[in-house]
Design a protein around this ligand. Structure first.
Ligand SMILES: CC(C)(COP(=O)(O)OP(=O)(O)OC[C@H]1O[C@@H](n2cnc3c(N)ncnc32)[C@H](O)[C@@H]1OP(=O)(O)O)[C@@H](O)C(=O)NCCC(=O)NCCS
Length: 163
C-alpha cells in the first residue's frame, strides 16, 4: 500500500473490486467492459491491478491495469473518476506501478492511446513516455467525426547498458 502526496491511497485490488472496476470503466469509456472482463483480468497472474482510494474512503475512484509479459509490460486500462481528476492520481498510480515493474526486472512499459484523448496523451508525455509509432484511423469514428489515430508509446524503465 502507498499513500500519495495528495492523500489518496494506492493498493493492489482483488476480486472484491470487480463491480467497482466495471462501474468506473463504464463511466470513463464509451464501450464499457463488464464484470466478467474484470473477473478474468483479476485472475490473470500476469496482470497487475492497482486501485486508488480517497483518504479514509473505501470507494474505488481510480484504477490502473498493467499486463507483464517477459521483461515488457503494457498499460491495458487507466481511469480516474471524474470528480477526482487533475489531482495527480493517475500520475500516482503510474509511479506506483512503475516502481513495482522496475523491481520485477521489467525493462519497458508500452501503451496505445487515442491521439484525440489530449488528457491521456499529456499525462503519458509528462510521465516520460515517448511516441514510437501510430496506427492510422485505428479508433472507430463517432457519428459525424473522423476516425482517430492510435499513438503507440513507450517508457524505458531500464537500459541494457545499466548495471
Ligand atoms: C486521463 C486520466 C486518466 C488523467 O487522470 P488524472 O488523475 O486527472 O491525471 P493527473 O491529475 O495525474 O494529471 C497528470 C498530468 O496529466 C495531464 N492532464 C491530465 N488531465 C488533463 C487534461 N484534462 N487536459 C490536459 N492535460 C491533462 C497534465 O499534464 C497533468 O499535470 P498537471 O495537472 O500538473 O497539469 C483521466 O482524465 C481519465 O480517467 N480519463 C478518462 C479515461 C481515459 O482516457 N483513460 C486513459 C486511456 S489511455
Amino acid at each position: 500500500m502507498r499513500v500519495l502526496e495528495n492523500g489518496y491511497t494506492v493498493r493492489d485490488l482483488g476480486i472484491d473490486s470487480i463491480s467497482a472496476l466495471a462501474n468506473l470503466h463504464k463511466s470513463s469509456f464509451t464501450q464499457g467492459w463488464g464484470a466478467h472482463d474484470f473477473a478474468l483480468f483479476l485472475q490473470d497472474q500476469k496482470m497487475k491491478v492497482l486501485g486508488a482510494f480517497p483518504n479514509g474512503n473505501p470507494d474505488l475512484m481510480a484504477y490502473l491495469l498493467v499486463r507483464c509479459v517477459a521483461d515488457e509490460a503494457e498499460v491495458i486500462s487507466l481511469a480516474v473518476g471524474r470528480r477526482h481528476r487533475r489531482r495527480g492520481v493517475a500520475v500516482g498510480l503510474l509511479d506506483a506501478a512503475i516502481d513495482t515493474l522496475y523491481d520485477k526486472g521489467i525493462k519497458e512499459l508500452h501503451l496505445e492511446v487515442d491521439e484525440s484523448n489530449k488528457a491521456a496523451v499529456e499525462l503519458y508525455v509528462q510521465a516520460g513516455f515517448e511516441v514510437i509509432g501510430e496506427r492510422r484511423a485505428y479508433y472507430k469514428a463517432k457519428k459525424g467525426e473522423k476516425a482517430s489515430n492510435a499513438l503507440m508509446m513507450r517508457l524505458v524503465l531500464a537500459d541494457e547498458t545499466e548495471f
